[in-house]
Design a protein around this ligand. Structure first.
Ligand SMILES: C[S@@+](CC[C@H](N)C(=O)[O-])C[C@H]1O[C@@H](n2cnc3c(N)ncnc32)[C@H](O)[C@@H]1O
Length: 332
């Protein structure tokens, strides 16, 4: 059975954690801690940055140390859930790839991927991303190409089976954001967009979803329909993944907990008919009382429904007890 927040991410204990250790162990925490504080302020400001946020090697190192494990865990969760609904991609183009979280995630989900390209404006992020990937066990990561690119309103993208843009849209002015989503829709068979799980992040995902639908793509996840999002009012559609914190992370963020919960909103859309939508999606923590599990489900007809599953429905009750926020429902 899963915990309150699904999935304690296997990293940073895994290959990415090892790569981060190799790259960052020599960098004194005392030097990175003030940089982390500045990055947290910049990312929380909610405004489109007027200048690049990752300007120096220390900026990129601080980002990789305190954010990359969480963005990697969120993208991994999205791709793992999407994988069941899609034909596996063979090539990946990652926009605003930073230090490479999405390529690490995709490499972990699809062994079928044979080529990956990261487009990234910040040279320090590219350099560190390349260094992290250079020692990875995955041949895809080791061979990944890191290209300088400043995405703008006249961006055209090379064709790729899968285009990802993770934690990027919030850094782009509105017209660039729209142009990048449209360019991704033209270039890809599958588009994956991930944003912070905040009201603003969800609003950006909804606006991008409209553009992907208008471009003729089918939404594969999380929505089980192509209608307007029924999560409205004070609520917003988001999910969460639990991420183990390394000791470096605890020092840098002055935190004592061994984990953090990364909240994210996302959309996966694909071209063609090789997409199977979930029958419904659990969009809140299941509520469990003795003998009753209640699931808030976004349904195929575009409505939200609190679905009670009593113990008397033996098999379904067992499924409901094992179900987690973000899972498809009913089980397929
Ligand atoms: C918050 S980071 C996300 C990095 C990575 N995708 C992740 O999920 O960890 C945003 C990245 O987008 C890059 N970026 C911002 N605006 C960009 C633009 N116009 N063109 C290319 N990259 C851009 C930044 O340099 C930064 O590395």
């Amino acid at each position: 059975m899963r915990g309150v927040v699904p999935d304690l991410s296997p990293d940073p204990a895994g290959a990415l954690g090892d790569a981060l250790d190799r790259a960052l162990d020599g960098v004194p925490a005392g030097r990175l801690a003030p940089v982390v504080e500045r990055l947290i302020r910049d990312y929380r400001s909610g405004s489109v940055p007027g200048a690049p946020i990752l300007r120096t090697a220390d900026d990129a190192a601080a980002y990789a140390a305190y954010r990359m494990p969480a963005t990697h865990a969120a993208v991994l969760d999205v791709l793992e859930r999407a994988a069941a609904r899609l034909v596996a991609p063979s090539s990946l183009l990652d926009l605003g790839g930073g230090t490479g979280a999405a390529v690490w995630a995709a490499a972990g989900v699809w062994p079928e991927l044979t080529a990956a390209t990261v487009l990234e404006a910040a040279a320090p992020a590219r350099a560190l991303g390349q260094r992290l990937a250079g020692g990875a066990p995955s041949p895809l990561l080791r061979a990944a190409r890191w290209e300088p690119a400043v995405l703008g309103t006249s961006t055209t993208l090379p064709a790729a089976d899968l285009v990802t843009a993770c934690y990027l849209l919030g850094e782009l002015p509105g017209p660039v954001r729209d142009a990048v989503v449209d360019a991704a829709a033209r270039a890809a068979r599958v588009v994956v967009l991930v944003e912070p799980g905040t009201p603003a992040g969800h609003a950006r995902i909804l606006a991008a979803r409209d553009r992907l639908l208008a471009a003729g793509l089918t939404v594969a996840a999380p929505c089980p329909h192509a209608d307007a999002c029924p999560v409205t009012g004070d609520d917003w559609c988001h999910f969460a993944v639990r991420v183990g914190r390394s000791s470096r992370h605890r020092v840098l963020k002055a935190g004592s907990l061994g984990h953090e919960d990364e909240k994210f909103s996302y959309v996966v859309a694909a071209r063609g008919d090789a997409v199977t939508r979930a029958p419904g999606r659990i969009v809140r923590h299941p509520r469990t009382r003795k003998g009753l599990v209640t699931l808030r489900v976004c349904q195929a007809d575009g409505t939200l429904r609190d679905t009670p599953v009593p113990r008397s429905r033996a098999e379904l009750f067992r499924d409901a007890r094992d179900a987690a926020w973000g899972d498809a429902w009913p089980p397929e």
